[in-house]
Design a protein around this ligand. Structure first.
Ligand SMILES: CN(C)c1ccc(C(=O)NN)cc1
Length: 334
């Protein structure tokens, strides 16, 4: 089996939303597919009403195929400090033409303010590894893990785009969606993420710099978070760019010229790595609050999280293969 679903960017490509349907008859929700976590949770009929502002909720009592997972609860918190928690139902979940008959659907009783404020997202679908699923007492499998054995190929691919809809495919690699070759590197899923190491980077037309970047591929993070020395190196090439603590990162004039940023993938024996190039204009993330002339950079420091995060800014410059069968990740230009 294989499937394909369109995914649509929010403002400034802050997140990408994909429609899934849950239950019988189907209830359609718009969810954030997130390779940096492993829980499928949704706003639900049980969510504290003051914490629901515009989201569509899943109501298991209206689904003839829903069954509560007795005694199961969940509580999750994300890198940005947001959180949610609740109880668990098993129900049929369909995405891109594929169906899992008994998917753990984690129904929120509570969500933090960041989720309440995000009116366009009705929940998250984690496509990380089940080892970090937060359901207790028994962890639950992700949608991809439940599908995997039945897929033609044990892969899913992310083809995110700047300011326009892209696609998540399951079970196959669409050879018309990228240019050149896909370069595959091993992943380390010990911490439950799609962890991999880039051999280095280049700023604009500058030389490649050999500096291992240990990170995760995370569709649920908006930006590209890298070691602070690399980030400083990039913004040294941006006129007037500076680190502003009260903005929480590097900012610059919204009309400034921005160099491309390229990161390496793989290491041909002694040869140079394949490069994924992020166009400079993608690095202009958005005007900072209250300004129309000061803009916030899409490349920022990973200082407090220990690993780098190849978020949407990096992913939308590439066609990415999340290969669960061979425990590897593939990157191609497009
Ligand atoms: C508050 N929201 C919408 C979030 C969505 C996703 C994440 C995340 O770290 N995903 N890997 C954090 C927060």
């Amino acid at each position: 089996a294989h499937g394909s679903a369109e995914t649509t960017p929010g403002p400034h490509d802050v997140e990408y939303l994909t429609t899934i349907s849950i239950g019988t008859p189907p209830q359609n929700l718009s969810i954030n597919i997130d390779t940096g976590s492993s829980d499928l949770w949704v706003f639900s009929a049980e969510t504290t009403s003051s914490e629901v502002k515009g989201q569509t909720v899943y109501d298991p009592s209206l689904s003839s195929t829903a069954a509560q997972l007795q005694g199961a609860t969940w509580q999750i918190s994300y890198g940005d400090g947001s959180s949610s928690g609740g109880d668990v139902y098993l129900d049929r979940v369909a995405l891109g033409g594929l169906t899992v008959a008994a998917q753990a659907v984690e129904c929120a009783r509570n969500v933090s303010g960041e989720f309440t404020a995000d009116g366009s997202s009705d929940g998250l679908m984690g496509l990380g590894f089940g080892v970090i699923n937060m359901v207790k007492p028994v962890r639950q499998k992700t949608f991809f893990e439940n599908l995997q054995a039945g897929l033609d190929e044990a892969v899913f691919t992310a083809d995110l785009k700047h300011g326009m809809p892209g696609r998540y495919n399951f079970g196959y690699v669409d050879s018309s969606a990228y240019t050149g070759d896909i370069t595959y590197v091993p992943i380390n899923s010990t911490d439950g993420y799609w962890g991999w190491t880039s051999p280095g980077y280049a700023v604009g037309s500058g030389a490649f710099k050999d500096e291992a970047i240990v990170g995760i591929a995370d569709t649920g993070t908006t930006l590209l978070l890298l070691p602070s020395d690399i980030v400083a190196d990039y913004y040294r090439q941006v006129d007037g760019a500076k680190y502003e603590r009260n903005q929480g990162g590097y900012v610059f004039g919204c009309d400034v010229a921005l160099p491309d940023f390229a990161f390496g993938v793989g290491h041909t024996a002694g040869g140079s790595p394949a490069m994924i190039k992020i166009p400079g204009k993608y690095v202009n993330y958005a005007p900072v609050g209250g300004s129309s002339t000061k803009c916030y950079g899409g490349i920022q420091s990973n200082d407090f999280i220990g690993a780098s995060i190849f978020g949407d800014l990096a992913l939308k410059a590439a066609f990415v293969v999340f290969d669960g069968g061979n425990m590897r990740i593939g990157w191609a230009s497009k």
